[in-house]
Design a protein around this ligand. Structure first.
Ligand SMILES: Nc1ncnc2c1ncn2[C@@H]1O[C@H](COP(=O)(O)OP(=O)(O)OP(=O)(O)O)[C@@H](O)[C@H]1O
Length: 536
């Protein structure tokens, strides 16, 4: 159980119950030794004066009939709120503890505290039974010679007798162990505890005893729909002398006798009771942690439900609804604008793409034209060089032919002349041969003529040789010329090859540009389709 402290501390309340002189005391001639101040909770004994919370009995004290309402009812009410309480009757033997606590039942018309507590308890349970489910647990023990015995033990042979006589009897059960837990709670290990969902007054009265501790444990669960949740658990121990000083809230009844023969004991009792008033308590509510949480949630739920109900028909809700409607309309409008903006963005973007495409195309065309121009110039230069070389070649080629014809003719002429000279020589040599058979004179004359002719021929042959040497020189020059021509022809071939390559490149570049332009135009033709699909 969780305990919830309350804000205020409180002292143990002490009430003094002064019983009248009983018959035996009167017979013994006893006199009153206790004086109660009229209308005040004060008691005088000899020279001692004590002030308590209440003083009942005697001729000048409060009537004992008001004791329950004034002292006990607040404790019973506190029990339903989850507070513990103890009512302890203290006093010497025969001072009226049993009479006051009402556990004897032998006094006929008198009803003591315990029966009244039970009566009040069941009345209250009855009035709340539709809202709260209750469970009562009772235990009843006695203390005799410092041993604790269970008076609710069903095996006890004297159970019925003790209930009727109100006297203390030892049950057959082993002594109960008194234990104190770490949080100061006193428990009675081994005691029998009776649990009652619905208990009647008479049932509880069966277990009433004097010189004993009667403990009532009350558990409460609110009835909410089908669910049952523990709220708190209160403990009311009537006459609990064991844990009196450790309990959280106590009501102390001090019973005293008026008889002067008990004056010393009465004085001690009053001193003890007076000290007990100084004991400070800090009341706490025993609450189940789960129920505590549930209670918070329930309170929150109730608060929210109340707020919801309160707002349900208020102007604030109407304003909020209108604001929601306005926000929704604004949102729709903004969505529409966003859609249109995106559409425009797409178109602008496409225009930019087109622009970029246009720029790219222009640049490409410029590049193409520049390249074509450069290559045209290069081709033109090649043509110029080719023309030059061909002109040079033509020049070389013309001279060579003319020279060839010239030398060919010359060689032919020289060959002819050489052949003619050789024939003439051969004829002369033949004539010289024939002259050997003729006259000496004739021979001599003929030889002379022939010698002259031979000389002339030899001179002619020498001339031919010289001409031939010139011819050789000319041929050497021609060879050189042929080599130059060959180089020139190679150059022309090279230039022609370059020209062919350049023309091929020009053609290739033009074709590439044409293809690029065609694909660009094709892309541009596809643009409207892209826009259409994007907008859709
Ligand atoms: N207020 C009272 N008015 C009339 N008679 C009383 C009152 N208080 C006690 N008596 C009577 O005094 C006698 C002794 O009382 P009681 O048995 O209650 O004392 P006790 O303190 O319980 O004694 P013990 O400690 O020995 O059990 C009983 O006969 C009882 O009827």
């Amino acid at each position: 159980m969780e305990t919830t402290p309350v804000s205020e501390d409180c002292c143990v309340k002490v009430a003094v119950h002064v019983r009248p002189l009983i018959v035996d005391e009167k017979l013994q001639g006893c006199n009153d030794c206790v004086t109660v101040s009229p209308g005040k909770p004060q008691v005088q004994i000899g020279t001692h004066s004590f002030t308590f919370d209440h003083v009942y009995g005697s001729t000048t004290g409060s009537p004992a009939s008001s004791m329950f309402d004034e002292c006990i009812v607040p404790l019973v009410n506190g029990l339903f709120q989850g507070y513990n309480a103890t009512v302890l009757a203290y006093g010497q033997t025969g001072s009226g503890k049993t009479y006051t606590m009402g556990t004897g039942f032998e006094d006929g018309c008198h009803i003591g505290i315990t029966p009244q507590v039970m009566n009040a308890l069941f009345n209250k349970i009855d009035s709340l039974k539709h809202q709260i489910q209750f469970q009562l647990h009772v235990s009843f023990i006695e203390i005799l010679k410092e041993e604790v015995h269970d008076l609710l033990d069903p095996t006890s042979p004297n159970k019925s007798d003790t209930a009727s006589t109100g006297k203390v009897h030892v049950s057959g059960k082993p002594p109960i162990q008194i234990r104190e837990s770490s949080n100061g709670v006193i428990t009675l290990a081994g005691s029998t505890e009776y649990a009652f969902v619905i208990i009647c007054y008479n049932d509880m009265c069966l277990y009433s005893r004097s010189h004993a501790i009667f403990t009532i444990t009350l558990e409460q669960m609110p009835i909410i729909g089908d669910g049952r949740v523990h709220i708190n658990k209160g403990l009311l121990a009537l006459g609990n002398v064991i844990s009196a000083l450790g309990d959280e809230k106590k009501r102390k009844e001090a019973c005293i006798s008026l008889a002067d023969i008990n004056a010393e004991e009465t004085l001690n009792t009053l001193k003890y009771a007076n000290r007990a008033r100084n004991i400070q308590n800090k009341p706490v509510v025993n609450r189940d942690p789960m129920s505590n949480e549930m209670l918070k949630m329930r309170q929150q739920l109730q608060y929210l439900q109340a707020e919801l109900c309160a707002r349900g028909g208020s102007d604030e809700v109407q304003v909020l609804k209108e604001r929601i409607a306005w926000l929704e309309a604004t949102n729709e409008d903004l969505c529409q604008k966003l859609h249109e903006y995106r559409k425009k963005c797409n178109i602008t973007e496409q225009c930019e793409i087109d622009s970029r495409n246009f720029d790219e195309e222009t640049a490409k065309e410029w590049e193409h034209k520049l390249l074509q121009n450069t290559m045209d110039k290069e081709l033109h230069e090649l043509n110029r060089r080719l023309e030059e070389k061909e002109s040079e070649m033509k020049l070389f080629g013309g001279d060579t032919v003319a020279l060839k014809q010239h030398f060919g003719k010359k060689i032919q002429e020289l060959e002819d002349e050489k052949r003619a000279v050789q024939q003439e020589r051969d004829r002369l040599l033949a004539e010289i041969e024939n002259l050997s058979a003729g006259s000496e004179g004739q021979k001599q004359r003929v030889q002379d003529i022939h010698a002259q002719k031979l000389m002339s021929l030899e001179a002619q042959i020498l001339d031919f040789k010289r001409k031939q040497e010139n011819q050789v020189q000319v041929l050497k020059l021609k060879h050189k010329s042929d080599e130059a021509t060959k180089r020139l022809q190679d150059e022309i071939q090279f230039i022609k090859a370059q020209k062919v390559q350049l023309q091929h490149r020009i053609k290739q570049e033009a074709e590439q540009f044409r293809q690029w332009k065609a694909s660009r135009e094709k892309e541009l033709l596809q643009v409207p389709c892209i826009l259409h699909s994007d907008i859709t």
